[in-house]
Design a protein around this ligand. Structure first.
Ligand SMILES: [Zn+2]
Ligand SMILES: [Zn+2]
Length: 889
């Protein structure tokens, strides 16, 4: 929908869409900006320009409009106090990892907290009405602005003020009145300083008017009144009108402090630590001038680098000041900002990786590391993490519990970055040779080689980071792909009654509602349909085999083999009970392995995906490294301890909002739940998940869990394969048998080795004696060696490889008219070895080739030494006869 069109329509009727009681009471005047034409409301009769174009824009820098100064956490206290005093419930922030929406990785606005997707519709679920929430929001689309513009953050606190007009809530008049009083009464800003600008909002099929409020050119908040749906002109009023007021907490702190940048008053002690490292006074006149210029110009140019150059010129900054003060300062702000974002994200269970939302986190840390290297800083990241959390824990106590986990993850990521640098350096050299890469080439470099543009800048391979890089990258990784839905003509059918959620009979009767080829829909079924990673039940339906069961929306479809019943018929069905029992054990085991992994490895463990069949199951968890044998054993032990404790597994239904408030978002291990009534599967307070699968009654029913294999299947994801119940016992038995077999094999091996050694010893004794005898003309027939003069042949089984090699070699070296040929079995092959003295008249190579060809193999060597062989044992006698005749004549 065209926003400008809506704005034009709404602004044409300001009394209806914008004029609130406050404007009338206070005497606000509606004006059109003489520069851009935008409509705004002000108490200042002389004002002719909108806040964006006004002469007072950013004049609060160095001269704040309040007498009191509030930093970031104090500002929230003020906001909270005001709204609670005015009958609002203060709600804790929701996770920054948006577990309740499958189209978003991260929470991007406070209103997202209360949005739930049902089919194609977004519904609102408020835990209280009206409410305020200090919602941390992550946005990665203008990373290049962070640290540079003075007001852009990769994460910020959106003060969410939300209300539904009915049930104790309010609508426009009261909303704007509250926001005005928040500024004037609570923060002490003069009435004349507040300007409201007319605007509209549209998204997700709905739209409404909005009033943005500004003080000295700084937009502090935007009150959106979501009221209509449909196309403009044919629109209707929503059943559920809502107020979505979002204000930037960082900006509230900034306006009361008037520091050169918003960063100066929002990171608490982190700034102190960082400033000491570079030793500059953040409050200097020069910085005030520079950042005021930046703030004024930022909206007038597309290219940030251009804005920066202009501000340098207008503020009269020297090259030296730019390099020694501005550049390091920008780096410091970037580090503080990015680190704060990483703390929130990791504390809420996200991991830096190459996939999904993890992508942006890895990028952030690489930007931190790149900046540290570029500026040649010595920073203790742990110290900065501590400083951030100490400062934030008043508002966000949950961060305190994750302090060590955050440190662990960031340390590991940083060391990986260092390791990858050699590879990156080589790549970067090539880039330098090729010339300046395009934005797309830079994206490819990052995606396939992990090379950040910061790194390329750090090593001077590029001079500036193109301003579209981050927005383009962020667009590419914004949301997950939606699953495809198979089409079946089922629209008219009633939803199937799910017996497996009720009495769960293993034998039941049902009526055939629809037959589509080999697919059958019943009025009710106890066959569990594939879902949530759990494989379907199998069994029989009036004698035909049920080979697959799938769910299409709320209709369950059975695939049969061997025939189908008729529509309207009543059929008797039988579920394969053993299969179901095994799958069920594996499903509860999945929950147990998941919570055990979290206990052993860390709070970042979430289920990534899972699969449960009757004879095996697997759980993919979010983890940064491969598991060690020790960790696998610990997870298995923890899991089996839970089995041993025989905890009851309870299943209860909750209203979704209630479940979220009561148990937190950890319930969404298996992903988003698109229903209002949530099925909660809990194992005491150890594991509580929203889950639609089948489960054992007590953990003891599982009897045993064995992890069979683990593997890091992708960056940030480790697969754990396991078995449980009877399959686990069978696995243990197989393992034991395998072990026994190995013991037996090892004994046989050792015996053979011993035999070989003995033969060798014997050969060592015999060889000199035999040579003596042959050379003196004695017969060795009794030893199985035939001879004619000094030419010898043997096919006796008493001699092995060692004997043949050593006897032949030594014999020929003693007398060059001697020769030796031996044939023997070595494993599956029959081998021949020939040594021939120079004057023996024998050609070793000829014999080897001839014999090998008889045996179906190959041979080679020269006339003095050759060997060969083949696997055709049926030709053994022929080969012996031939060899014997070739050497003895
Ligand atoms: Zn204007
Ligand atoms: Zn489950």
């Amino acid at each position: 929908m065209d926003k400008n069109q809506i704005l034009k329509e709404f602004s044409a009727d300001p009394d209806r869409y914008y004029k609130v009681k406050l404007f009338e009471e206070q005497g606000f005047i509606r004006k059109a900006c003489t520069k851009c034409g935008k409509f705004f409301w002000t108490l200042d009769a002389n004002r002719t320009l909108c806040p964006d174009d006004g002469t007072d824009t950013y004049s609060f820098i160095g001269d704040p409009p309040t007498t009191k100064r509030f930093d970031y956490t104090q500002s929230w206290k003020q906001v909270e106090e005001f709204f609670v005093k005015n009958n609002h419930t203060s709600v804790s922030r929701y996770p920054v990892v948006c577990r309740w929406r499958d189209d978003l990785y991260f929470t991007i606005a406070s209103v997202v907290d209360f949005q739930r997707v049902m089919g194609s519709k977004v519904v609102f679920e408020f835990p209280a009405n009206p409410l305020v929430v200090p919602q941390t929001c992550l946005r990665f689309n203008d990373l290049e602005n962070v640290g540079v513009t003075g007001r852009h953050f990769s994460s910020f606190c959106m003060i969410g003020q939300h209300s539904i007009p009915e049930n104790g809530g309010y609508w426009k008049d009261e909303c704007v009145d509250l926001d005005f009083r928040l500024l004037t009464q609570q923060f002490g800003i003069k009435k004349e300083e507040v300007v409201f600008v007319e605007d509209v909002w549209s998204g997700g099929g709905s739209f409404g008017s909005s009033l943005e409020y500004f003080v000295r050119g700084l937009e502090l908040g935007n009150a959106v009144f979501t009221e209509f749906q449909g196309e403009l002109g044919q629109h209707t009023t929503l059943d559920q009108k809502i107020i979505d007021m979002g204000a930037g907490l960082e900006r509230f702190a900034w306006i009361t402090n008037g520091t050169p940048t918003a960063y100066d008053c929002c990171f608490g002690p982190v700034n102190q630590i960082l400033f000491e490292k570079i030793g500059i006074d953040s409050n200097s006149e020069m910085l005030k001038k520079y950042f005021t210029e930046i703030a004024k110009e930022i909206d007038h140019f597309d290219d940030l680098n251009q804005v920066r150059r202009l501000a340098v010129k207008n503020a009269g900054i020297t090259e030296d000041q730019l390099n020694k003060i501005i550049t390091p300062l920008e780096g410091m702000y970037l580090i503080a900002d990015h680190l704060r974002t990483l703390i929130f994200a990791i504390a809420d269970g996200a991991l830096p990786s190459n996939v999904g939302g993890g992508y942006n986190l890895r990028m952030m840390l690489r930007r931190i590391n790149g900046t540290i290297n570029r500026l040649n800083l010595k920073l203790d990241i742990d110290e900065l993490i501590d400083a951030h959390i100490d400062y934030l824990k008043d508002t966000y106590p949950e961060l305190d519990e994750k302090r060590e986990d955050v440190k662990t993850i960031l340390k590991l990521e940083s060391s990986r970055y260092e390791e990858s640098k050699i590879h990156m350096k080589k790549k970067a050299e090539k880039i330098r040779e090729k010339g300046i890469p395009s934005v797309d080439e830079l994206i490819t470099l990052y995606e396939s080689d992990g090379i950040t543009p910061e790194y390329l800048k750090e090593i001077d391979a590029i001079s500036e980071i193109p301003s579209q890089f981050y927005s383009k990258l962020s667009d590419l990784h914004q949301s997950e792909k939606k699953k495809a839905i198979t089409e079946l003509p089922l629209e008219e059918l009633p939803e199937t009654e799910t017996l497996f959620y009720k009495d769960d009979p293993m034998e039941f009767e049902a009526k055939v509602i629809k037959v589509l080829g080999d697919q059958v829909v019943l009025d009710r079924t106890s066959f569990y349909a594939r879902g949530g990673g759990q494989e379907p039940d199998l069994g029989t339906m009036s004698g035909f085999n049920v080979v697959n069961v799938d769910k299409h929306a709320n209709i369950i479809v059975h695939k049969l083999e061997g025939g189908v019943p008729k529509e309207g018929e009543t059929v008797s069905c039988k579920v394969d009970e053993t299969r179901r029992a095994n799958i069920t054990k594996n499903h509860t085991s999945t929950h147990i392995i998941n919570v055990s992994s979290r206990e052993v490895l860390g709070s970042w463990i979430w289920q990534h995906s899972a699969f449960k069949d009757d004879d095996h199951a697997r759980l993919d968890i979010t983890h940064h490294s491969s598991l060690t044998d020790e960790q696998v054993k610990q997870i298995e032990d923890t899991a089996n301890q839970m089995v041993k404790e025989n905890y009851p597994v309870n299943i209860d239904y909750y209203d979704r909002g209630t479940a979220e408030q009561k148990f937190g978002f950890k319930i969404y291990q298996g992903g988003v739940v698109p229903v209002k009534s949530v099925r909660i599967v809990s194992i005491e307070d150890k594991d509580i998940e929203a889950c639609g699968g089948t489960h054992v009654k007590k953990t003891g029913d599982i009897e045993l869990i064995k992890i069979t294999k683990t593997k890091r299947i992708q960056d940030g994801v480790v697969r754990i394969e396991f078995v449980s119940g009877p399959t686990a016992f069978q696995y243990v038995k197989d393992q034991e048998e395998e072990l026994k077999k190995q013991v037996v094999e090892n004994i046989a091996k050792e015996k053979l080795e011993k035999q070989r050694e003995e033969n060798k010893d014997k050969a060592k004794e015999k060889i000199p004696v035999f040579i003596e005898k042959i050379l003196s003309g004695e017969s060795l027939d009794s030893e199985g060696i035939n001879s004619k003069g000094k030419l010898c042949f043997t096919s006796s089984e008493n001699y092995d490889d060692y004997f043949h090699q050593n006897f032949g070699k030594k014999l020929v070296s003693k007398d060059d008219s001697a020769a030796f040929c031996g044939i023997f079995e070595s494993g599956p092959t029959i081998r021949v070895i020939i040594f021939a003295g120079e004057k023996s008249g024998i050609n070793a190579g000829d014999i080897a080739k001839e014999i090998a060809s008889i045996l179906g193999g190959s041979g080679g060597g020269d006339d003095k030494f050759a060997q060969g062989g083949g696997k055709d044992t049926s030709k053994k006698d022929a080969a012996i006869q031939k060899a014997k005749s070739m050497i003895l004549g």
